[in-house]
Design a protein around this ligand. Structure first.
Ligand SMILES: [Fe+2]
Length: 253
């Protein structure tokens, strides 16, 4: 099992506080059957700046600590990049890190809207042969209220990653139902933990996969698991034609 979105690197963002917590989180993942974690610290989200050099240095240090302890989980570099105006330039300058150095970039929108210019950036990324993976679209207010925003981006060639905790219900019933609808309609291509700590927003991929298996079937689970593996191998991902999600999600986000 591969987790493509996690905040396990020590003291870089609001994830693991220190190396001790990093190692405890990775142990938790190992016990759940996770073999590879992509470390995706926040970048350019208004609070945290984590450019390539510091991420790579920290990933190396974590892997060294894992080896010393005889742990077999591998940590690979990545980044959760909040959309910003200079994104394409910084990608060219080597400040950004794609997932496991593949052509897949984990891209986060602000939590309440999808900037028009971000849509332009997605087109530019695709034209430059990068595939943006939109991080947790189910937690974006504008997408929740108007899912066609996401559907259109997916039709254009973007992929999306929903959070395991959205599936298991940590963010409430409405988010859970919306997330399941996105999964069912092929508007979500990955499930990742987005783990920040050992409890609460922790590593819980198996529980989410179990829920998907029960409600959508084993084929969906297999699809999610194999696509995560294709990202790490930097291979092409064949997707199923998405179905436009119904706009039936009203009320408080
Ligand atoms: Fe995240």
């Amino acid at each position: 099992m591969i987790d493509i979105h996690s905040h396990i690197l020590p003291a870089l963002d609001d994830g693991a506080r220190d190396m001790g917590q990093t190692l405890r989180m990775i142990k938790q993942a190992e016990l759940q059957g996770v073999t590879t974690l992509i470390a995706t610290p926040h970048h350019a989200n208004g609070t945290f700046i984590n450019e390539s050099a510091v991420i790579r240095r920290t990933v190396d240090e974590v892997n060294r600590q894992l080896q010393e302890r005889g742990m077999t989980v591998k940590v690979l570099p990545g980044q959760e990049v909040r959309w910003f105006g200079r994104l394409m330039k910084d990608l060219e300058n080597g400040k950004l890190v794609t997932l496991a150095d593949s052509r897949y970039l984990l891209l986060e929108f602000p939590s309440s809207y999808v900037p028009a210019a971000a849509r332009q950036t997605i087109s530019s990324l695709l034209a430059a042969n990068y595939i943006p993976i939109i991080a947790h679209p189910e937690r974006n207010r504008a997408i929740f209220q108007q899912p066609s925003l996401l559907y259109d981006l997916i039709r254009e060639g973007a992929l999306s990653q929903v959070t395991s905790h959205s599936i298991t219900g940590l963010f409430g019933k409405k988010i859970q139902k919306f997330t399941m609808d996105l999964c069912r309609k092929h508007c979500a291509h990955f499930i990742a933990s987005d783990a920040h700590h050992e409890t609460g927003r922790c590593l819980n991929l198996p529980t989410a996969y179990e829920y998907i298996g029960e409600h959508l079937g084993a084929d969906y689970v297999e699809g999610f698991i194999s696509r995560a593996s294709l990202v790490v191998q930097n291979l092409n991902i064949e997707t199923v034609e998405p179905i436009r999600p119904a706009r039936k999600w009203f009320g408080i986000f």
